[in-house]
Design a protein around this ligand. Structure first.
Ligand SMILES: CC(C)(COP(=O)(O)OP(=O)(O)OC[C@H]1O[C@@H](n2cnc3c(N)ncnc32)[C@H](O)[C@@H]1OP(=O)(O)O)[C@@H](O)C(=O)NCCC(=O)NCCS
Length: 173
């Protein structure tokens, strides 16, 4: 397989990222979500990543700030998504490279945990576990099994709590 390059997005990539999201999701909602997240205070430019193949953007993933509300405190964590790969390049490992790169880049930035609402079998490949194992749920109307999580710092999810997704995500439902 040709070399995939994963890097942080730049302004010049916005249009191409739109195209990736439109083609992967077959609707405008996720492309719109990405562009609204960029303008919001939960956006982390270094964690909005593109995958390039032959100088063409073929995939995108972003991690944004969210809050884990516990009985005792509110902790800053990350939520992963949306993630997209153009259909013509799917099932070639590009989505996996994007997720691994996102995790690897989040660690040195000292974020403590990542939560993802999506296909659990897919995300568990990368070390995510069922969020309910920690007693973690979220404020999105999704089945409990669809929420998976990963600690970047030991104990970050201990005691459980509710992940408060930014309102921009909640409007998707
Ligand atoms: C999900 C997605 C990002 C995966 O990208 P990818 O480059 O194909 O991923 P990889 O090649 O690393 O891994 C492929 C695996 O992902 C899993 N997968 C892909 N789409 C899936 C789906 N809709 N449901 C469950 N698992 C899925 C499969 O297990 C697949 O394994 P296989 O190739 O052995 O069949 C891509 O298929 C996509 O953009 N889908 C549409 C948008 C979407 O559903 N995004 C995720 C939720 S935000």
């Amino acid at each position: 397989m040709q070399q995939i390059k994963v890097r942080a997005e730049t302004e010049d990539d916005f249009r191409a990222i739109d195209v990736v999201n439109l083609s992967a999701f077959q609707c405008e909602s996720e492309a719109q979500l990405v562009s609204e997240l960029r303008k919001s205070d939960v956006f982390i430019p270094d964690l909005s990543l593109v995958a390039e193949l032959n100088d063409r953007i073929v995939g995108h993933v972003m991690l944004s700030r969210a809050v884990l509300r516990t009985d005792r405190d509110a902790r800053e964590i990350l939520v992963l998504g949306p993630e997209s790969v153009v259909p013509s390049q799917s099932h070639r490992g590009i989505g996996s490279e994007l997720i691994q790169a996102a995790i690897a880049r989040a660690r040195p930035l000292c974020y403590k945990a990542i939560v993802v609402a999506g296909h659990p079998d897919y995300y568990m490949r990368f070390g995510f576990k069922a969020a309910k194992e920690w007693g973690v749920s979220c404020n999105l109307p999704i089945p409990a099994d669809a929420l998976t999580a990963m600690e970047l710092e030991d104990g970050a999810l201990a005691g459980g709590g509710v992940v408060e997704y930014p309102d921009l995500f909640r409007r998707m439902f």
